[in-house]
Design a protein around this ligand. Structure first.
Ligand SMILES: *Cc1c(COP(=O)(O)O)cnc(C)c1O
Length: 394
């Protein structure tokens, strides 16, 4: 080639052999879903694709716990967070943003970027917001919305949305929730809990590649979204998305192949049964926590509701989280996560979402044992495996 590079040099490498993607998203995509996403690309306004979009909506609804229309977008999770806000926020609106970790901070940053008046309700990282604290805040200030993350992936904490929804039920404020890393692995009952705007994305417990976002809105939310004085919006305009969704279409070209993948993932969830899927997440995350603790790692979150999709361990003081992350990759080609925030070095995070089974967790623990010992941290042989398989979770 002109610049002297060979085709061999310019083509980036594939995943290495034995590669295991064990971060809290994107999660490993099962073979069935990858095959489905590799099928013929369809006309996005043709009957075949409309049938897929309708199937995807019907499959996602029970996972969301809603009878609402579900709108799909070409977006990462953060795009959906912004979409949620541009549709409910007027230029002078006041928002109460609950910050209990990195993704709460992102919601705050997006709110500020849009020029909203932001009140921040801070929760120590690792704890979850007390619904009463929200009740106290909304008593004196009229907020357009209370904004929070359901499953905080930086800390492994789940918010008590049933209780928070009850607090907001008789208030004019909307409840806007990011369940990007929860949906499909942590229970969500949008209608029963009174959640007005729910956004999520494909690459976590929904077992798809990244790039497909979704949103579901209550009637109370639509009253606000339909006002003409909201933020400037075009691509993210939920009103336009709704009128397309009513015809099983999207306003603009959707990620057609990812919708095909999502249909397959939803079929897998339906075959296993949603209660069984949620229970598997609960069981496997408890196994991982028990195994990690038996090897001397700490469970970082102290909240009453721990995440079933993201396990966050605190690292012994003698070690550094990044060392463990690097050694897991160097020695095993297993990718786990550290933290890119104030917890950097102090925690490691492992995804327990999507297409995982007991063998996944036992492999994680065996490899962690090897890595911890390699780094000079003493672990009794098999301690994590024994604890995981005898932790009494069934
Ligand atoms: C992964 C994640 C997101 C989305 O991140 P993107 O990189 O934009 O897809 C948003 N919120 C939470 C809680 C997440 O875990």
């Amino acid at each position: 080639m002109a610049d002297g590079m060979t085709a061999r040099e310019t083509r980036p490498p594939d995943a290495p052999a034995r590669y295991r993607l064990r971060i809290p998203g994107p999660a490993e995509v099962p073979e069935r879903v990858r095959q489905a996403a590799a099928r013929t690309v369809l006309n996005h306004r043709g009957p075949e694709f409309r049938a897929q979009l309708a199937y995807a909506e019907a499959g996602v609804r029970p996972i969301l716990g809603t009878a609402n229309r579900v709108m799909f977008f070409a977006a990462s999770g953060s795009g959906m967070m912004e979409a949620a806000l541009v549709n409910v926020v007027a230029p002078d609106a006041a928002l109460l943003v609950v910050v209990q970790g990195q993704f709460g901070e992102r919601f705050e940053a997006i709110s500020r970027a849009l020029g909203a008046r932001v009140d921040r309700l801070d929760v120590p990282w690792g704890e979850s917001v007390d619904p009463q604290a929200i009740a106290d805040r909304i008593r004196h200030i009229s907020y357009t919305a209370v904004v929070l993350v359901h499953n905080e992936s930086s800390t492994g904490v789940v918010s008590d949305l049933a209780a928070i929804g009850a607090v907001l039920r008789d208030s004019p404020a909307l409840l806007v929730v990011d369940t990007v890393s929860g949906l499909g692995g942590v229970e969500m009952r949008q209608d029963e809990w009174g959640i007005d705007v729910v956004v999520a994305a494909s690459q976590k417990a929904l077992m798809c590649p990244p790039g497909l976002g979704l949103a579901s809105l209550s009637a109370k939310a639509w009253e606000v979204v339909n006002r003409s004085d909201r933020m400037p919006r075009f691509y993210w305009d939920f009103r336009r998305a709704l009128s397309s969704a009513e015809k099983s279409e999207t306003p603009f070209t959707p990620p057609v192949s990812l919708v095909g993948g999502l249909c397959e993932a939803l079929a897998m969830i339906a075959e296993e049964g949603l209660p069984q899927v949620l229970d598997r997440h609960r069981r496997l995350s408890a196994m991982l926590r028990a195994g990690g603790q038996a090897m001397g790692l700490g469970v970082f979150p102290r909240a009453p509701m721990l995440s079933s999709t993201v396990t966050v361990f605190s690292v012994p003081e003698q070690l550094e989280g990044g060392q463990i992350v690097r050694a897991m990759y160097d020695r095993h080609r297993t990718v786990i996560a550290g933290a890119r925030n104030r917890l950097s070095g102090r925690v490691i995070r492992i995804g327990t979402m999507g297409a995982i089974d007991e063998a996944t967790i036992l492999t994680d623990l065996a490899q962690l044992e090897d890595v911890l010992r390699h780094l000079g941290w003493p672990v009794a042989p098999g301690a994590g495996l024994v604890a995981a398989t005898t932790c009494g979770i069934d």
